[in-house]
Design a protein around this ligand. Structure first.
Ligand code: 6CS
Ligand code: FE
Length: 294
């Protein structure tokens, strides 16, 4: 790859904000595409208000860091707030997912990763598909996650780190943790899929191999940018050392013909959707309208 690790060509959203063929080609080659400034400051304000509301709401969908106080994530956000519902169904995201996956899609999972200021904990190196294969029996790695930057992402507040091209090696050798989760006492088994002590992490030697071969990139940009990454790309994020939050809203789109067998699903609905009907997009100004004063 012609760039130094960390310098990766970013894609400026084309005027149509559609993922053109070339962007789908970049995605196939790199395992991700980065669309800077896909959403306006006004649209981001609407999403940020929804994120604050989600983090403050008592719910089993809300996961804390091991301190038991700092919010780590909130799952199922597109099913519990009209603003996230509009974002999940936004044409600028759904069109990108459809072009990348080559067919109709639905929202498999949605979440808000808070990565709180001075405390948001790490996400160790992992691939997402191994969780969806082992826990939900997702048939094939035909899913893409759109990470919408709700805050500016900088070098200090825990940017998502990716190994370009690592999605091509299928499921990399991984370690499985079935031990105790410090601070999570009697939590359900699926908590180990969501906390810093992840159940499935890429084995050190395998990660060294791909990272030394392909480098590591950490896309950083203003809020409103979107990172679309493959379910098999190796990725991670460090803890947030800055005084600023790094809130990201993530929507995983799955091909409708890649839906797991609903009868075999055992994790909660807010972790794996049971509705695999093709998603219906909203109007392009839906977020602006969702944020308009009532
Ligand atoms: O288990 C899951 O569904 C979640 N866990 C990780 C580490 N990534 C994918 C997904 O958000
Ligand atoms: Fe992940």
């Amino acid at each position: 790859m012609g760039n130094e690790p960390g310098e990766h060509p970013t894609m400026r959203a084309p005027s149509s904000a559609r993922v053109s063929t070339t962007m789908a080609d970049v995605y196939q080659r790199e395992g991700f595409v980065f669309l800077e400034n896909l959403f306006s400051a006004g649209e981001v304000e609407t999403v940020r208000a929804a994120a604050l509301a989600a983090g403050a709401q008592e719910s089993e969908r809300r996961v804390f860091e091991s301190d038991g106080v700092t919010v780590r994530s909130v799952y199922g956000i597109h099913e519990h707030d009209g603003r996230f519902a509009a974002l999940a169904r936004h044409p600028r995201l759904v069109d990108a997912a459809r072009r990348i996956l080559g067919g109709d899609v639905y929202v498999y999972q949605s979440k808000l990763n808070a990565k709180a200021a001075l405390g948001g904990d790490l996400w160790p190196w992992h691939q997402d598909y191994i969780f969806w294969r082992n826990e939900d029996a997702m048939p094939a790695p035909r899913a893409v996650t759109a990470a919408v930057f709700v805050d500016d992402v900088t070098e200090l507040n825990g940017p998502i780190a990716l190994v370009p091209g690592s999605h091509k090696g299928g499921v990399l050798p991984y370690d499985t943790w079935n031990g105790e989760l410090a601070g999570y006492g009697t939590s359900p088994a699926w908590m180990a899929n969501l906390v810093a002590r992840l159940k499935y992490t890429i084995q050190r030697e395998a990660l060294l191999g791909v990272a030394l071969a392909h480098g590591v990139v950490t896309p950083k940009a203003k809020a409103g940018s979107v990172l679309l990454f493959d379910c098999n790309i190796a990725h991670a994020s460090a803890m947030n050392l800055s005084p600023y939050p790094r809130t990201v809203a993530l929507f995983t789109y799955n091909r409708v013909d890649n839906a797991p067998d609903i009868k075999a699903l055992h994790r909660p609905e807010f972790l794996v959707s049971r509705d695999s009907q093709p998603i219906e997009v909203v109007a392009d100004d839906a977020l602006r309208l969702a944020g308009a004063p009532a």
